[in-house]
Write a protein that binds this ligand. Sequence first.
Ligand code: ATP
Length: 268
Amino acid sequence: IIASQLVVPDEINVNWKDIAGLDHLIQELRETVILPIQKRDLFADSRLTQPPKGVLLHGPPGCGKTLIAKATAKEAHMSFINLDVSLLTDKWYGETQKLAAAVFSLAVKLQPCIVFIDEIESFLRTRTQHDHEATAMMKTQFMSLWDGLITDPGCTVIIMGATNRPQDLDKAIQRRMPATFHVPMPSENQRERILQLILRSEPVATDIDFKRLASATEGFSGSDLHELCRQAAVYRVRDLAREDLAREEQSKAKNATNNSDSDDEYVD
Ligand code: ATP
């Protein structure tokens, strides 16, 4: 199960060039997360400069959190395990316990490695008295495995969580994620850059007005913009396909008429 969620650095198909409008955030990530991995010996020297073992990306859906996590792994040349939280919550406690231990042990073997957990709050939300016993035990086990990474100065495994409900995260989890980044809804300027990126190698009109498009798409996330462009492209291709079909039908009809004319001649 874990192997199907694992990507080694050379096979990660996202890099910073695939992300538009978030240059400032990328720069901060480089300083806080990537540099300490690249220059591990310098940072691991003192307890005060330990590389972060927990990173939180928070913000609305579809604004690039997964892209950022993958591109970070790519640049820092780290393996990437995309951990599906439902695997840790759906099964019997004994099974999830083994799976969590296996994920951490695999990550340590592969290090440097990012374990990415989308919707991390669904699994590590604030504990309540109503928590199912198995859920509470799972959280405790997960945190103790995580602490194992934190207390090992040479370890380069990062738990990178993504959420659009950071307020629901358990305080103990928030403490384990000292590096926190907000990935916001794109501004007009950012939408313009995202649109330019999405359409960079598409056969678009030469007079396309990106500024106007950006201003007309207030409230669109990066993912919405991608879907908008996809639909526009599909409409265009459908038009072309329809025109193509109509031409083919016409030429078939023409051939049929010609043939019947020549058949007539033959009969004559
Ligand atoms: P979710 O919270 O729903 O998992 P997310 O924040 O992780 O969403 P992504 O999966 O990273 O969002 O982005 C979804 C898609 O939206 C990307 O595959 C990409 O096509 C597009 N996209 C989002 N943000 C950007 C951006 N800043 N630049 C370029 N493309 C973007």
